[in-house]
Design a binder for this molecule. Structure first.
Ligand SMILES: C[S@@+](CC[C@H](N)C(=O)[O-])C[C@H]1O[C@@H](n2cnc3c(N)ncnc32)[C@H](O)[C@@H]1O
Length: 765
């Protein structure tokens, strides 16, 4: 039985702090409250078969969104792996796990449950402000599930920094800026020279002044054999990255600014920080690269998570986890750097292309009237042949929408008429322009486990939606392209439900519907969210026996594998149509050999991880070069300078021809052109040669949603091009109106009424 009970600690430890400082400490302590609710949500959903410990610290269970759950799951898992590896490493010394700014974390109980053998003789020490630790002590005191596993348990009095001691677990109520006190308290419960430590600081010391946080890191390195696991925010691509902006603003608004990011914004800066502060080995990698590393999760483990909670917010997970670093540091020279293989080289350390694209950008603001992401681009013409762009369906400000945002490049009010009956609200669908055969909308989804198989064609002449053949299976996040200038479309991969990736390649013919292609070549691994493009030309028929009637060809690049890791495949495909036979698609890997010398001679560069993108948009130019825009990559956020990526493929070699930011440095002040979030965007190539980026945005973890609130019209050229983009600045594409799509059940009567109502107004679509 516990020997002594005590109320929450009083003024002792906080002595000398002004009221204002105490209030600030209170705000910092309150950051634990939201963290713990999220951890409880993860515990409840992702660890159904384990005893739950967070529940004692959270009075009311709240289910968090899948994105927050996945983020916290990874956070918890990374710390668990670090502690587990530390406990398992052979040592003659006593193992001590010190949690710096522990909040309500339950690492000791989880470890004692999961790794009882390794925990024999080990000691877990939580340190946090006295007030917070006092509350934690009370909860332990009141919960037999927590205190019954502790032996030699004693509760200290309020004036003591040692609030709880036991053989297995200790609570120290102390401000981490008072390191002498911390060390004195430690010395009372362990013999420092006889111990081997792991220090955990999970999103805690960044709330301290950076000098004080540095002192903690330095002090920890002086305690003999030690290891440090720091998990905290970084700004890998600057404070103007949309996610970074939302994150920093969020913490500033709470009056708990994250401070380390100013001095240590990158992985390299964090690594150097630890080396400078006494750590022999230090490796910094992003939480995002931990996700795909076998050090942390096996393929089976990653797949299992999909069964637990349907998840399709990969882009958002990528940008969030890329803004968190894990630093693993050691003072033991004989212990190898734990995660050297995960180290990400930033900026110029990566292979950089020799040339940069020249880009002209015109930004046209449309305010909050057109918030939309994961829609699909459409093109229309009015009867005078004037072009309009559309962004159809997708996720709006509140929910999935069933409408089209319409854009025009003219000042007059002209628009086009169209019937409003059409597809239901959806996202992650595709729309392929089939020329005179209209535009084919295929699949999409409601929730990640509710995919659609229905397809629609927007008839360019009748200007109405018509239902066409259903997909053979429900599909979203598939890749689709028109085959050259034909009226045929190819669909590759995609997800059929929350867990499965489609293994099929499908051909759409307006008169026939969908046909599954025979797949040839051993290279293709099924993916979703990949880049799929067709070359502008079709290929001449082969001369072999009964040769193909015709053949098309193109590229398939990147995408995601079933386990949520990036597919590193660049494939050249060739689709052959032989009369009534099944279409056959053959994939061949495009080589990425590092013949730097040859590539550089051509002003090009071997590809690096920036090529393997998920959720990117791509446009094939008439010159056969492929422009890839946005998306996410495997190990970090796409740096600003590589937002646009021009790829060349020749002699079966794929190379980076050039890269560029969407907003050229010095082109305009950021106040005029906001930095876009290149996720969930819809991209259209216009008849006049612009690329127009419509809408897009991302939920930035729990910090709010960032929306692109305008269009970006781009013209680009290679530096050696004779017509630099300045000579023809891209025209402005402005938002015209949103046109609702209605239910087919609403019937002709409605449609007729709609037509009549819109007749006097030429702006109706
Ligand atoms: C966001 S919470 C994180 C808690 C826990 N590490 C987790 O990940 O759930 C930050 C924690 O750091 C603690 N903290 C920040 N500055 C501190 C300081 N100077 N001394 C002690 N604790 C501090 C706060 O009280 C709070 O519990």
């Amino acid at each position: 039985m516990p020997k002594k009970t005590a109320a929450a600690p009083g003024s002792g430890p906080a002595k000398g702090r002004s009221t204002k400082e105490l209030a600030q400490d209170g705000l910092v302590m309150s950051t634990n409250s939201s963290s713990i609710v999220s951890k409880r949500s993860v515990e409840h959903i992702y660890y159904p078969d384990e005893p739950h410990f967070f529940r004692f610290f959270v009075s009311r269970y709240q289910r968090r969104s899948p994105l927050i759950n996945r983020g916290y799951h990874l956070r918890l898992h990374v710390i668990d792996v670090a502690v587990r590896n530390f406990l398992r490493r052979p040592s003659s010394k006593q193992k001590v796990v010190v949690n710096l700014g522990a909040g309500s974390d339950v690492v000791p109980w989880q470890c004692m449950t999961r790794y009882p053998e390794e925990c024999q003789g080990a000691k877990f020490i939580d340190i946090d402000f006295p007030d917070l630790m006092g509350k934690k002590r009370r909860i332990v005191q009141e919960a037999p599930e927590l205190h019954s596993v502790l032996t030699g348990l004693e509760y200290g009095d309020d004036q003591s920094d040692l609030l709880l001691t036991s053989n297995e677990y200790v609570q120290i109520g102390c401000d981490l800026r008072q390191l002498k006190r911390v060390e004195d308290a430690l010395s009372q419960v362990i013999t420092i020279q006889e111990c081997e430590f792991i220090f955990i600081a999970e999103v805690s010391i960044t709330y301290m002044e950076t000098e004080a946080a540095d002192s903690v890191i330095q002090w920890a390195s002086t305690l003999g054999h030690a290891e440090f696991c720091l998990l905290e925010q970084i700004l890998p691509d600057g404070a103007d990255h949309p996610f970074a902006e939302m994150m920093v603003r969020h913490f500033n608004k709470l009056k708990t600014p994250i401070k380390s990011v100013d001095r240590y914004p990158t992985l390299r800066a964090q690594q150097e920080r630890f080396n400078r502060l006494g750590w022999v080995h230090a490796d910094a990698h992003s939480l995002w690269s931990a996700w795909s590393s076998d050090r942390y999760l096996s393929t089976e483990e990653r797949m299992k998570l999909n069964d637990i909670e349907p998840f399709d917010e990969w882009e958002e997970m990528a940008i969030f986890t890329s803004h968190y670093c894990i630093v693993s540091a050691h003072t033991r020279p004989d212990v190898l750097p734990p995660c050297a293989d995960l180290r990400v080289e930033e900026g110029q350390q990566q292979n950089s292309p020799a040339s940069s694209l020249q880009v002209g950008t015109t930004y046209t603001d449309c305010g909050k009237t057109c918030l939309r992401r994961f829609g699909a681009p459409m093109k229309f013409q009015d009867q005078l042949g004037r072009e309009f762009l559309g962004n159809a369906c997708g996720l709006g400000g509140v929910s999935r929408v069933r409408s089209i945002d319409l854009y025009t490049d003219r000042q007059d009010d002209a628009s086009i008429d169209a019937l409003s009956v059409g597809p239901s609200s959806r996202m992650c669908h595709t729309i392929v322009d089939l020329g005179t055969h209209g535009q084919l909308l295929a699949g999409g989804r409601a929730s990640p486990s509710s995919a659609f198989r229905d397809c629609w064609r927007f008839d360019a002449i009748a200007r109405s939606w018509q239902k066409t053949a259903d997909l053979p299976q429900p599909l979203y996040r598939h890749s689709a392209t028109r085959l050259s200038q034909s009226s045929l479309a190819l669909v590759v991969g995609g997800k059929t439900d929350a867990t499965s990736v489609s293994k099929t390649c499908l051909l759409y013919q307006p008169d026939v519907g969908w046909t599954e292609c025979v797949i040839g070549g051993a290279e293709y691994v099924p993916v979703f969210g990949a880049v799929l493009v067709s070359y502008p030309d079709s290929i001449a028929p082969d001369s072999d026996s009964g040769g193909p009637t015709t053949a098309f060809h193109g590229l398939l690049i990147g995408g995601m594998l079933e386990d949520g890791t990036m597919a590193k495949q660049a494939l050249y495909w060739r689709l052959s149509l032989r009369g009534t036979e099944k279409p056959e698609i053959h994939f061949n890997a495009v080589s990425n050999s590092d013949d730097s010398e040859h590539a550089q001679k051509n002003g090009e560069w071997p590809v690096n991880s920036t090529l393997w993108r998920y959720g990117a948009s791509a446009v094939m130019g008439d010159d056969g070069k492929l422009l890839i825009i946005g998306g996410v990559i495997e190990d970090r956020v796409i740096p600003k300078d590589e937002e646009l990526l021009l790829i060349s493929v020749s002699n079966s070699q794929i190379r980076i021809a050039a890269t560029a930011p969407i907003i050229q440095p010095g082109a305009a002040s950021p106040a005029v052109i906001p930095r876009p979030c290149l996720l969930g965007i819809s991209v259209c190539a216009t008849a006049s040669g612009e690329l127009v980026v419509m809408n897009g945005g991302a939920t930035c973890y729990s910090f709010g949603t960032y929306w692109n609130q305008g269009t970006y019209s781009l013209r680009y050229s290679l530096p050696e091009s004779s017509s630099p983009p300045e000579s023809s600045a891209p025209v402005s594409w402005r938002f015209r109106k949103t046109v609702e799509i209605t239910d087919a059940a609403a019937d002709l009567a409605n449609a007729t009424a709609f037509q009549q109502a819109t007749k006097p107004d030429p702006a109706t679509m």
